[in-house]
Design a protein around this ligand. Sequence first.
Ligand SMILES: *[C@@H]1O[C@H](CO)[C@@H](O)[C@H](O)[C@H]1NC(C)=O
Ligand SMILES: *[C@@H]1O[C@H](CO)[C@@H](O)[C@H](O)[C@H]1NC(C)=O
Length: 635
Amino acid sequence: MAARNYASLLVGLLALCHTWGVMADVEVNMEDRVEVFRGETALITCMFTSSEGIGGMSIQWFYVTLSGERQSIFYQDSAMKNKDKGTPFTDRFSVNGTGADGEIVLRISDVKVKDETEFICLIKSLTEGSGEGRTKLKVFATPDPPSIEVVETGISINENSPSKVGTCEVKNCFPKPNITWYRNNTPLRGAPDVVKVVPSVTVESSGLYSVKSDLSMKVKKEDKNDTFYCEVTFFVPGGTSMTETNHMKINVHYPSTAVKVWVESPKGHIKEGDSIEFHCHGNGNMPSSVLSIVYNGDDYSLDDNVFVLDKVTRRNSGIYQCTSTDFESDHVEEVSGNTTVFVNYLDPAVVTPTDTVVVDQGKELKATCNALSSLQTQVVWMKNGTKFSTGHSLILKDATFDSAGKYVCMVTVPEIVGMETSGTLDVKVQGPPDIKEPGYTEMEESTGSTVDLRCNVRGFPAPTITWTTSDGKILKTEVGLQSVVSIKVTSDITASCNASNEFGTDVATFNINATINTTTPANTPTSTSTSTTTATTIASATVKAQTETRAKEIKKEGNGVIIAVLIICILLLAILGSVLYFLYKKGKICGRSGKQDLTKEKSSKDNIVVEMKSDNTEEAVLLGVNGEKQHPSNQ
Ligand SMILES: *[C@@H]1O[C@H](CO)[C@@H](O)[C@H](O)[C@H]1NC(C)=O
Ligand SMILES: *[C@@H]1O[C@H](CO)[C@@H](O)[C@H](O)[C@H]1NC(C)=O
C-alpha cells in the first residue's frame, strides 16, 4: 500500500484515467501526465489489477515516436527482463518492481527536453487478455535571466512610422515562453502605426527555445520620462511563472519649442571695445538642430551654444535673434528667441580752442572740453597731475605766467569703470619778459676764476636774451627762457642780461668785483681745487663757481653787519662827545664866574691856553675811545 500512496502523491489533483483492456479483465491505471524539470528523474507508474497471479503475465513499456508510432523499450515476464537496445532511453531508464503488488514504475533519469512524449504500459495475461495505460511526460526548463536593450542613439519624435525602441531576449526556455513589453508598468499592446511588437523564436540544438521581441513605436516627447521593460512568462510544473528585465529609459529627441538667448558677459553695461559673449539655448534636444544668431542681416553660427562678438562698437547695438533650425525628414522647423544689446560709447574729448591757446597777461581765458557719450560723463581739468577744476569749462581769470602750462581734461563715465578719454590744451600767456630774481647782482670773485651768470626769464613769446658787458661788448645772444654765460674774471666786470620780446624788455645787471687771492691757509686749498676743477670739466666748474659765489654772498652779508655796527658806534661816540663838550663848556663858564674875582687881574692869554688845552683833552678822549694811539697833533 506504500507504493500506492507514493503514486497518489505524484498524481496530485490530476484525474485518473481508467483504461480498459480489450479482454476487459486486466485493468491498468496510469497518471494522465508527469511533469519534471529538465535533468531531473521522471517516475511513471503503471498500476494494474488482475485476478490471475503474476506468473502468467507480461509487462511491456513503449514510447510514442514523433511520427506517432509506438516503440518498445522494455519487456518483462516471469521468465525474463529485456531492455530494447538503441532507443533514446536505453541508457537512462530502469523498471523497478516485479509487478507482484500490481504496480510497476518506469524511472527515466536526466530527463531531456526531447523526452517529452507519451509512454505506454501494456499488461498481458494468459487467461484474462490484456490492458494498457498511457502517461504524457512533460519537461520544463527555466530560462536564463532575460535581457533588454534600448536604442541608445535616441529616438526622434518626428518619425512618421514607429521607430525601433529596443529588443528583449530570453534564452534556453522550455516550453516556449512569452515576452510582454511594458511601458510604465502598463503592458504594451500592438496597435497599427503606433506600437509594433515583433517576436522571433529560435529552437536551440538542445531543443530549448530562445525568444526575442523587438518593440517599435511612435515616440512622444513625454516618453522621455518613461521606463520600459519586458516580462517573460514561462511554464513550470503545475502552472506558469514569470521574470522581468531591467527597467530602461529611452533617449527621446524632440525639437525646440522655445529658444532663449542672452548676454553672458559682460554683465551690466557694455562698452565699445568689449567682447560680448552670447549664450543661446533651445528647450529641445534634436542632434540635427542648428543654432544661429542673426543680427542686422548677418548670420553667425554658434559654437557649442556660445557666440562671441569681439571689439564691439556702437554699431553692434540692436536686437540679436537666436534661431534653432530642425531639419526634419519632410520639413524644416524654426524657433527663435532674441535679446537686445546696447553698446555704450564715449567719443574722444574735444577741447576748444584746440591744442594751444595764447592769452594776454591779465586777460581771461575760457576753454571747454566735451566728449559725446551714451551715458552721463564727468569732466575734470588737471594741471601738473593735480586737479585744477571740475566741469566742462576751464576758466582762467587774470592770466599770469603761472597760469601757463599744459591742461589735461579727463572725461570719465561714472557708471562704467575704465571708460574714459582725455584732451589737452597748452596755454601760453603772452607778455613782456620777466627775469626771475637771480639772487645776486653784486659778487666778489677771485681774479682768474670763472663764474657762471644765469638768467631765468618768464615771458611769451620766448624772449631774446642778450648778455653784454658794461663796455658794450656782446657776450652771447640766444632765444629762450634760460641763459647761462661763463665769464673769466680778470678785473671788475659789470654784465647785463637783457631779455626782450615784442611786449617789452627786462634787464638784470651783475657786478663782479675781482679780488686778489689772499693766501690764507683756509683759502689756499679751495682756490687750488677750483682752478684744477675748472681746467678739468666745465660742468663741475660751473657747480664750483656757483658754490663759491654762494660763500662770498654770505661773506658780503657779514661785512655789511660789521659796517652797520661801526656806524652805530661812531654815532653813539659822536653823541657822547657832544654831551661831554657841552658839559665842558658849561663847566668853564661856571668856573670862570667863580674864579673871576680871584683871577680877574690875570691876563686873557692864560685863558686862551686853558681853552686850547681843554680842546686838546676833548680830542684825546674821542680818539682814546676809538682805540687808536694817535697823537693829538696828528689830527
Ligand atoms: C503565450 O501566449 C500564448 C498565446 O496567447 C498562450 O497560448 C500561451 O499559453 C502563453 N504562454 C505562456 C507561458 O503564458
Ligand atoms: C635791451 O635790448 C633791447 C632790444 O635789443 C634794447 O632795445 C634795449 O635798449 C636793451 N636795454 C638795455 C638796458 O641794454
